[in-house]
Ligand binder design. Structure first.
Ligand code: HEM
Length: 413
């Protein structure tokens, strides 16, 4: 049975009788087409599993910064019947689901280590890690790009950055891939037990790593984070642990999907792939456009604290609201010919919607961009003769989107 993600919160009953209701069947078949069809006449629609969907760029951007539309707290796990355990605590204690002062306390010790300047100093080592991975399989003439590059690069970088041993990578990546299913749509009720077990194991893994770093501090991120947290004395042990867990989750899976997606899109648009290979300065623009065209994260979820007017449609208080970046990034009033993949487009907004807006804007943006750009730069420089076996299928219209398990690419070495 498919879980009706927001159906049981009681927060999303469809008051707006005149609003269209999008069905899973339609959205599964053609999410971009469905959003396009409704966006022009309807700033807001309903989802058959409950909750309001905001479709236009200007509204997604505005509501993403609007304090009347707050974080969803533990509404989501509760809607799945989860009221305790590691999944629940991830929502209860992490910065992502907190607002105001609590959010500030949880986020501030991480702001400096993830700042653009700090991360940019790591670019050379990210590029070396990418080259290293390519060296491992270049002579074979073919590889599963997801398993052997897109999954490995971000996991290695986040392990090195946090100070986790590289030998732990296979263990924590498998746990992360299981745990991120909770943020994806199309979850099956009988999967929750398995996801909870993985979340508990990931919790235990982080707890052990933190204990080891407490007992024997070293020159790494976890040690300095623990020192900063102890000095500030603002976070409980639970809060400390549940700020690190999302870093491992965010640092492992979203970038994996984005690395595979951007390469697949470029290889499916051969002239643009050739341009990137000839002109490395096009890499950042190619990364930006790939994240717009087929985003890794389709949306973020909020709750209305009071009635909120969205272009004439009033969303009542206490409703779950999905801000659809996926729809916003194909909005015709912001992008010229939005359904065309064009790495040279001149209408990209200064702030990329894919990383969210306002206080919750992705803390890992600089790291994700560095990995996506250095990863793509390394592949384009080393293997311009690369080909894609079959087009990559990118599924989903809410939360973290999913890709096929494997993506075969081949070349003449
Ligand atoms: C392409 C890759 C990524 C995408 C598309 C992405 C997307 C997002 C989005 C949309 C948000 C805002 C969520 C909201 O408003 O509710 C967010 C927040 C967050 N991201 Fe990322 N992210 C990516 C990579 C990363 C990486 C590499 C890390 C960690 C190293 C990370 C860690 C986080 C954390 C901790 C938050 C919560 C920030 C807060 O609530 O203040 N993300 N991300």
């Amino acid at each position: 049975m498919t879980v009706q993600n927001f159906a049981e919160t009681g927060a999303a009953s469809p008051h707006g009788a005149t609003l269209p209701v999008l069905t899973l069947k339609q959205l599964d078949a053609d999410p971009h087409g469905v959003f396009r069809q409704y966006r022009k006449d309807h700033p807001v629609v309903l989802h058959e599993t409950g909750g309001y969907f905001v479709l236009r760029f200007s509204d997604v951007e505005r509501l993403g910064r609007d304090p009347r539309v707050g974080s969803s707290g533990t509404s989501f796990p509760k809607s799945l019947g989860i009221s305790s355990g590691a999944i629940f605590d991830l929502f209860e204690y992490s910065m992502i689901t907190a607002d105001g002062e609590v959010h500030r306390r949880r986020r501030s010790p991480l702001s400096r280590p993830f700042a653009v300047r700090t991360i940019n100093e790591m670019r050379q080592s990210i590029r070396r890690a990418a080259d290293d991975l390519i060296n491992g399989w270049y002579r074979d003439g073919e590889v599963d790009f997801i398993g052997e590059f897109a999954a490995k690069l971000p996991a290695r970088i986040i392990a090195d950055l946090l100070g986790l041993p590289r030998e732990d990578i296979p263990e924590f990546t498998l746990l992360v891939y299981e745990v991120t299913k909770i943020f994806s749509f199309g979850l099956y009720l009988d999967e929750i037990g398995k996801i909870e077990k993985a979340a508990q194991r990931l919790h235990d893994y982080v707890e052990t790593a933190l204990d080891q770093h407490r007992r024997r501090p070293r020159e790494d991120f976890l040690s300095s984070f623990l020192t900063a947290a102890a000095e500030a004395d603002e976070l409980s042990p639970q809060e400390i642990l549940y700020q690190i867990m999302p870093l491992i989750i965010g640092g492992t899976d979203t970038t994996r999907v984005a690395l595979a997606t951007q390469l697949a899109l470029l290889l499916q648009h051969r002239e643009q792939w050739a341009a990137v290979c000839d002109e490395p300065s096009l890499v950042p623009a190619a990364v930006t456009e790939a994240m717009r065209f087929e985003p890794t994260g389709a949306s973020t979820v909020r709750v209305t604290r009071e009635n909120v007017d969205v272009d004439g449609t009033v969303i009542p208080a206490d409703q779950l609201v999905t801000l659809s970046m996926m729809s916003a990034m194909r909005d015709e009033s912001t992008y010229h010919r939005p359904d065309i993949f064009d790495i040279r487009r001149a209408d990209q907004p200064r702030v990329h919607p894919i990383f969210g807006f306002g206080a919750h804007r992705c803390i890992g943006e600089a790291l994700a961009r560095a990995e996506l750009e250095e990863g793509l730069g390394a592949i384009a420089a080393r293997i311009p003769q690369l080909h894609l076996d079959t087009p990559l299928e990118i599924k989903g219209h809410m939360g973290v989107r999913r890709i096929d398990a494997a993506m075969r690419v081949f070349w003449k070495p």
